[in-house]
Design a protein around this ligand. Structure first.
Ligand SMILES: Cc1cc2nc3c(=O)[nH]c(=O)nc-3n(C[C@H](O)[C@H](O)[C@H](O)COP(=O)(O)OP(=O)(O)OC[C@H]3O[C@@H](n4cnc5c(N)ncnc54)[C@H](O)[C@@H]3O)c2cc1C
Length: 462
């Protein structure tokens, strides 16, 4: 890393907030005013709203991520994890991908570490569950689901077949409803290429502890989303939860028991637990406690935003709700990042800070090809859309929200190609263990059993 005399703005996390905040700071900064350093264990930002489409193969996984070094050429990008912050010395400890951890001094700090899957100590979950927070998981889920069809097509064991064709999704928010919608669509579509697997042989189950799905789009559209998924044969169990899933034997609180090789866990998120080691003020659920100016409470050189921060929702508060907080979503993360970037520049120059305030613009959700729900908020009017039109809104909105024109064009090209070429349904499960076959070929042959030498051979050898 560089050791300059300039002040360092350290951005912890290169996701939505980290990427957009760093871009904003670099855009507004004078030449040589500061060094912007972004630290993230991944070398790319992930556009999470497209993970369900990546899992369904509608978008190439590479197009859902944005390489940080390419979009932030003027920043110093370090691939590693910030493990601790020493506020007295203004030093962060960075654990790089390889090698010893080192200390990185900073003058200004941006905390943008996002959230992680919120799990519970459910027997079997850690071993069987598949999350949906990163591109690796989306690729893994797609390969895994198609591999289950391959298995079911080729086995004569009815129990193995039934288990392979049963897919359980826990959590019916954005991530869960969109993922089951996309994956179900893809899997049933893929069935036409299999001799022994029919569309109706597959069982898709969605479980949620709440009494509704898709709360983000409101009760009416959420109810429509539920009816729509049910009309496609998805079994939805609400107000219930998963008690255990040891070895894929799923037991629900409502008494249902099924065997499944695929358990997808999308039951919400919680702030990054690493925050607990940073010595920052945290709210009751572990978020960094942040003012309406996105400054961490009690500091004037640390800012936080996005899924890891509790940011007051000033629109809600002005409307009379003193406990309104911004929900953890991309809509807020993106807008907060821009205000945060401006405030870092102002803070560095000793100018006043801007308040963050944003009125909800609505929500869009895709539920498979040509299916979706959308709620657009225009002032006091809420426009509710469903079906194909909502799906176009979903694609149009997210396609344009995808960072960089390079990625936007690639995504629209993927969608356009899919109109003419059929959906890709190949499972590349071996990608997860690419060296296995080579290892088998290259490993030393086992020593042959040593046969007792005959007297003649012994004589020849000597
Ligand atoms: C499947 C799915 C679908 C979604 N769909 C929608 C949608 O349709 N609409 C919507 O508004 N929102 C949606 N969201 C939510 C939205 O993506 C998030 O709210 C948004 O990404 C939050 O941005 P962030 O910067 O706070 O966190 P992230 O974008 O998650 O970025 C956090 C970054 O911090 C990095 N990090 C973690 N630990 C460390 C560490 N110790 N040191 C350094 N870096 C670290 C991570 O690698 C990551 O890059 C969806 C989320 C998911 C998972």
């Amino acid at each position: 890393m560089s050791t300059t005399e300039r002040p360092r703005i350290l951005v912890v996390g290169g996701g939505y907030v980290g990427l957009y905040a760093a871009r904003r700071i670099l855009k507004k900064m004078r030449y040589g005013e500061a060094t912007v350093t972004v630290v993230d264990p991944r070398s790319y930002m992930t556009y999470q709203p497209f993970l369900p489409e990546a899992a369904a193969g509608s978008i190439s996984p590479r197009h859902v991520v944005v390489p940080l070094r390419r979009v932030l050429p003027k920043a110093e990008v370090l691939t590693g994890r910030v493990t601790t912050i020493d506020q007295d010395r203004k030093v962060a400890t960075v654990a790089p991908l390889v090698g010893e951890a080192y200390e990185l001094p900073f003058d200004y700090l941006v905390i943008a570490m996002g959230a992680v899957s919120r799990t519970f100590p459910i027997p079997g979950l850690a071993e069987q569950g598949i999350g949906m927070k990163g591109i690796e998981e989306a690729i893994g889920l797609r390969n895994h689901v198609l591999e289950q069809l391959d298995k079911a097509d080729s086995t004569t064991d009815e129990d193995v077949r039934r288990k392979a064709l049963t897919f359980v999704f826990v959590g019916g928010g954005f991530a869960g409803a969109e993922t089951i919608g996309e994956v179900e669509d893809m899997a049933r579509d893929a069935a036409k290429y299999y001799t022994n697997v029919k569309r109706e042989d597959m069982r898709f189950i969605l479980v949620d502890a709440a009494d509704k799905i898709l709360p983000e789009v409101g009760p009416k559209l959420g109810a429509y989303g539920k009816e729509h998924l049910e009309s496609r044969g998805v079994e939805i169990y609400l107000s219930t939860s998963m008690d255990s899933c040891v070895d894929g034997h799923v037991v629900l609180k409502n008494g249902l028991e099924v065997d499944s090789s695929t358990i997808v866990w999308t039951a919400g998120v919680k702030p990054n637990p690493a925050l607990a080691r940073f010595g920052l003020p945290l709210g009751p659920r572990g978020h960094v406690d942040t003012s309406e100016k996105l400054q961490v409470q009690g500091t004037d050189y640390i800012w936080a935003a996005g899924d890891n921060a509790q940011v007051p929702d000033m629109v809600g508060r002005r409307a009379g709700n003193p406990n309104a907080w911004c929900p953890p979503n991309a809509q807020h993360a993106l807008r907060q990042a821009k205000v945060l970037g401006d405030n870092v520049i102002s803070g560095m120059r000793g100018f006043p800070q801007k308040e963050y305030s944003h009125a909800n613009k609505g929500a869009v959700a895709g539920l498979g090809l040509h299916k979706g729900v959308a709620m657009i908020v225009m002032g006091k009017v809420k426009i509710k859309l469903k079906g194909r039109l909502a799906w176009y809104m979903h694609r149009g909105y997210h396609g344009m929200a995808m960072p960089t024109w390079n990625r936007k064009i690639r995504i629209f090209a993927d969608w356009t190609l899919a109109v003419f070429l059929k959906r890709e349904v190949v499972s590349l499960g071996a990608m997860e263990t690419p060296r296995e076959e080579f290892y088998e070929a290259a490993k030393p042959a086992p020593a042959p059993a040593v046969a007792a030498k005959s007297e003649g051979e012994k004589a020849k050898a000597s």
